[in-house]
Design a protein around this ligand. Structure first.
Ligand SMILES: NC(=O)c1ccc[n+]([C@@H]2O[C@H](COP(=O)([O-])OP(=O)(O)OC[C@H]3O[C@@H](n4cnc5c(N)ncnc54)[C@H](OP(=O)(O)O)[C@@H]3O)[C@@H](O)[C@H]2O)c1
Length: 335
């Protein structure tokens, strides 16, 4: 599969696999054997980049996703790049579908977290260790110092930041070079494009999370009726799946379908190829529970859109009417 270059010499498959939805936010977790089989199928299909986090799980098993990913990738450990995240938990008792986020990036918490993640992943090093969200109590410089220590100790190879803008990236990078920023990025969520010149200047890669706008860009969903209604599926409360969004997103879906037809591809593939072909340092990490969709999404790596085609899509998206898109759960104030 085509490779993309993140920062600090990290080379990964042009499409990665976001593993969150196997254990968190997209219905009840999948059975372990099913999740292991899906992740191993991704490796077989040429995917070398896997994303998880300390906090992906349920109230019964809050760190379940790391355990799953570690188990699945154990036979391939030296062939894959594993990213996991620290510094965040969910308020699982708040009664909300999309739980509030509770940041904690105090150095002592990070040190406990890294050892827990290494143990659950069944590995002695993490390839990319991300700060999941900023903690207003802890300056990013302090976090960067801890990352420098963890790199020296061999516990992590590189580090990254999630949901950050230019100021935080520059401050962090000045203390300990940042390899990757992981931000929300899709045709519906383009607000971080203003960060691209900074990433390019500093040699920092972008890992695009929710690159399919949580599935909307596949065109496979007309409403929320196929989502679990037991309070375990965030998509039931996402604005892009609300009844009024259907009409608002007609032009957007028509655009991806038109480009897909030209390339004998699917709307999901075009949504991913658009960002892969935009910059050689952008890597989407779509999530899925289904092998057919995994194959489809990884297939986006073989679609070549020219610079003119990417620019034409951008031009069409600029100012296009579309619904709001889920922007993440609220961050709770630290007590
Ligand atoms: N850093 C952060 O704060 C953060 C936040 C959110 C997510 N993430 C990471 O980013 C990864 C991806 O984000 P995401 O899962 O939120 O959003 P996404 O990849 O944009 O969308 C995933 C959803 O789309 C559906 N889907 C995937 N491929 C499809 C296809 N080809 N056709 C139709 N439907 C398809 C999946 O359903 P099925 O499973 O039914 O296929 C799933 O519901 C996560 O797994 C996680 O690792 C990071």
């Amino acid at each position: 599969m085509k490779q993309q270059e993140l920062g600090q010499g990290l080379s990964v498959s042009a499409v990665g696999l976001g593993c969150m939805g196997l254990s968190h936010a997209y219905g009840q977790p999948v059975a372990e054997a099913e999740g292991v089989a899906l992740i191993r199928k991704a490796v077989e299909l040429g995917c070398t980049f896997f994303d998880t986090a300390e906090c992906y799980g349920t109230s019964e098993a809050p760190h379940e996703n790391e355990v799953l990913v570690g188990k699945a990738l154990a036979p391939y450990r030296d062939q894959v790049v594993i990213g996991t995240k620290f510094g965040l938990s969910f308020d699982l008792e708040d009664g909300k579908v999309n739980h509030d986020l509770v940041p904690d990036a105090r150095p002592e918490t990070i040190r406990r977290s890294v050892d827990g993640s290494l143990q659950r992943l069944g590995t002695d090093y993490i390839d990319i260790y991300y700060q999941h969200r900023q903690d207003p109590r802890v300056p990013v410089e302090v976090v960067a110092e801890v990352m420098a220590d963890l790199i020296r100790e061999g516990k992590i190879r590189a580090w990254g930041l999630s949901e950050v803008g230019e100021n935080v990236v520059r401050r962090a990078h000045a203390v300990c070079p940042v390899a990757v920023v992981q931000n929300r990025y899709s045709m519906m969520a383009r607000w971080y494009e203003s960060l691209f010149p900074t990433l390019e200047e500093l040699g920092v890669g972008l890992v695009a999370f929710s690159p399919l706008a949580n599935g909307l860009l596949s065109g496979a969903y007309r409403d929320t009726s196929s989502f679990s209604q037991d309070g375990s599926d965030y998509r039931t409360v996402m604005p892009q799946f609300a009844p009024e969004a259907l009409a608002q997103n007609e032009r957007l879906l028509a655009l991806v379908e038109e480009v897909a037809a030209v390339h004998d591809a699917t709307p999901s593939q075009i949504s991913l190829a658009w960002m892969i072909c935009k910059k050689p340092w952008i890597v989407p990490i779509p999530g899925t529970r289904k092998v057919a969709r995994l194959r489809e999404n990884l297939g986006a790596a073989s679609i070549e859109l020219t610079a003119a085609e990417v620019a034409a899509i951008d031009e069409a998206l600029n100012g296009m009417t579309m619904s709001s898109v889920f922007g993440g759960s609220a961050v709770k104030k630290a007590s």
